[in-house]
Design a protein around this ligand. Structure first.
Ligand code: ADP
Ligand code: MG
Length: 172
């Protein structure tokens, strides 16, 4: 028994460190190919199913015309999670969900079945080759700021919302 207690719980659950405090993170979802609405709802479920994570809030769905991209309207949403995963571990889990959704990247900013971005990860500032947090382009995008403001008003300033006022977006 004593031996068991001495074992870190992370040994039983690879990738999850139960000793680490959970972090509140925000994930932006976007899709514009096929049934984009279904893709977003499935992705939210897939995120909720990640081990070591709890889905705590989810925004409404929003429809926007593509920015720097082509194809039909995007469907976007933002979810809040509480997790003990590290940011890079969370990114890897999100990328597997993107792959499972059949995402292909023939060229930069191509329309995609599913795009999952880490917008915020607690108060972390991350500048790694594979991961920049806060997401560098989030402040320019109404389709990120509006759903984020809906579930985490403290994370979005009035000035930021004003700056994206001109972008067409509708809440579904
Ligand atoms: P974008 O989401 O900027 O339109 P992509 O999804 O095609 O473009 O970019 C994917 C790459 O972005 C991934 O290889 C990932 O390593 C990198 N990346 C950097 N920062 C983040 C972040 N905060 N969230 C998700 N991916 C990120
Ligand atoms: Mg992305």
């Amino acid at each position: 028994m004593g031996v068991l207690l001495a074992e870190p719980i992370s040994a039983l659950e690879p990738g999850i460190n139960a000793m680490r405090d959970p972090v509140t993170a925000y994930i932006g979802l976007g899709a514009n190919l096929g049934d984009a609405r279904a893709a977003i709802l499935q992705a939210i479920q897939a995120i909720a199913d990640i081990d070591g994570l709890m889905l705590t809030r989810q925004s409404s769905l929003y429809a926007t015309a593509p920015v720097d991209s082509s194809g039909p309207d995007y469907i976007n949403a933002v979810v809040e999670v509480r997790t003990r995963l590290k940011a890079l571990q969370l990114l890897a889990r999100l990328q597997s969900i993107e792959l499972l959704a059949g995402r292909q990247r023939p060229y930069r900013n191509a329309p995609r079945t599913l795009d999952l971005d880490i917008l915020l990860f607690g108060n972390a500032r991350i500048d790694k080759p594979d991961l920049t947090v806060p997401h560098p382009r989030m402040a320019q995008r109404a389709f990120v700021l509006l759903p984020l403001a809906e579930i985490a008003p403290q994370s979005v300033t009035a000035g930021q919302l004003q700056a994206v006022q001109g972008q067409a977006i509708r809440k579904l």
